[in-house]
Write a protein of this length. Structure first.
Length: 121
């Protein structure tokens, strides 16, 4: 994946509900709200190391689930395939407009596009 923060936020989006409330809170503050460990520790009344331990355990738990399920990996692959389908639809529409002008091709292209969009959501 692109970078550590992106990877962690993807893990949180997919598996965040598996964490304890404290893990969710600290993880969200650290990665999504961009608070430092010291700031989170000060607001929570615990040590910086305590905050770090909670975040590291959360990261490990979510990574373990991803290693077992591969949901994020498959999701990202599916997004690439959907983008390829949508690109092919656009090429089909252009080709039809320039050469064939067949309304059936437009109808089929729209059906494919809608199906790809539904998969994307």
């Amino acid at each position: 994946m692109k970078n550590q923060t992106y990877r962690m936020t993807m893990l949180f989006d997919f598996y965040g509900e598996l964490l304890t409330e404290r893990q969710k809170e600290f993880f969200d503050l650290y990665y999504n709200e961009d608070l430092s460990l010291a700031e989170i520790a000060e607001n929570s009344g615990i040590s910086r190391q305590g905050v770090r331990d909670v975040i590291v355990r959360a990261e490990g738990a979510m990574q373990e689930v991803e290693d077992k399920t591969g949901l994020i990996r498959r999701f990202l692959q599916m997004q690439k395939h959907i983008a390829a389908i949508q690109d092919a639809v656009e090429q089909l529409r252009k080709l039809n407009y320039r050469q064939y002008e067949d309304h059936r091709i437009d109808t089929l292209a729209e059906t494919i596009s809608q199906a790809a969009q539904a998969l994307k959501e």
